[in-house]
Design a binder for this molecule. Sequence first.
Ligand code: C2E
Ligand code: MG
Ligand code: MG
Ligand code: MG
Length: 281
Amino acid sequence: EVKRDGRDSYMEYSPSFAEKNVSKIVLFEDLKKAIEENQLLLHFQPKYGLAHNQIEGVETLVRWKHPEKGMISPGEFIPLAEESDLIIQLGNWVLKEACYQYKVWEQQSYINFHLSINISPKQFLHPDFTDNIIQVLEETGMSPLKLDLEITESLAIENTESTIEKIQILKQYGIQISMDDFGTGYTSLSYLSMFPLDRIKIDRSFIQYLPDNKDHKAIVQSILTVAKNLNIRVTAEGVETQAQLALLHQLQCEEVQGFYFSKPVPPDSLLAHWNAQLMSM
Ligand code: C2E
Ligand code: MG
Ligand code: MG
Ligand code: MG
């Protein structure tokens, strides 16, 4: 925003450093309260398998319904939580709540899809992470075979050894591991062979300008080829148009996710999507 200061020159208007930090501290205190006072809630976005045109998984995406400010996006409060140990508490809340939700769906219907949960690097690297997951699975009765953890490239690059070790432990339980936002973190494709991954999710920024952007098409194609050879499934995220879908189909991408199919929705709507699909089978 540019403000005229009366003397025919222009001054940048932006909140001062102090202003920004005060509002950040306020938001941080609010977020602490939000976890305790149940202001957080979960939405779920389906992932479709192109081979059978079915929901293969659902991704858990946290939402914050702030009492005064309304809905705050995770893009705003997750990075804030990641600056402290609050992300551990938040992450544990999401994990437990999502697994409980899965069990509730199981009681409501015949469901057969996996549940993905985004894990922040700090949470993944915490020494109690694996034990905690196993405990939540026992407590909720959710099958480890249905759980999929979405980790990030930066985690894998900066903590390669310990990440591989931890993935191996989780895989012994049958838990699936996906690499989220693939392509944004400067990992080379050769990195993929180092991690025992079940799935990679190609970042939306490479899908957004398909089918016209030839460079992005080439990148997506290379990722698909390498992943296929390494036996890793590929999900394209952020699919919004029929034209994007058609190209991804042609390139033999296996899984797609995006607003073209569904936005993230509350638990009841997600189950309604699933049940509608069951009826048509
Ligand atoms: P992400 O894991 O890559 O999730 C995908 C984001 O893209 C979601 O935004 C989703 O709503 C949005 N999206 C999906 N399809 C489309 C599409 O077709 N077009 C567009 N424009 N956007 C689409 P959301 O829910 O705002 O989440 C943003 C990020 O916040 C997530 O990115 C993830 O990194 C983080 N996040 C969300 N929930 C959690 C959580 O429970 N724990 C952690 N650690 N991070 C989370
Ligand atoms: Mg994700
Ligand atoms: Mg993603
Ligand atoms: Mg993303």
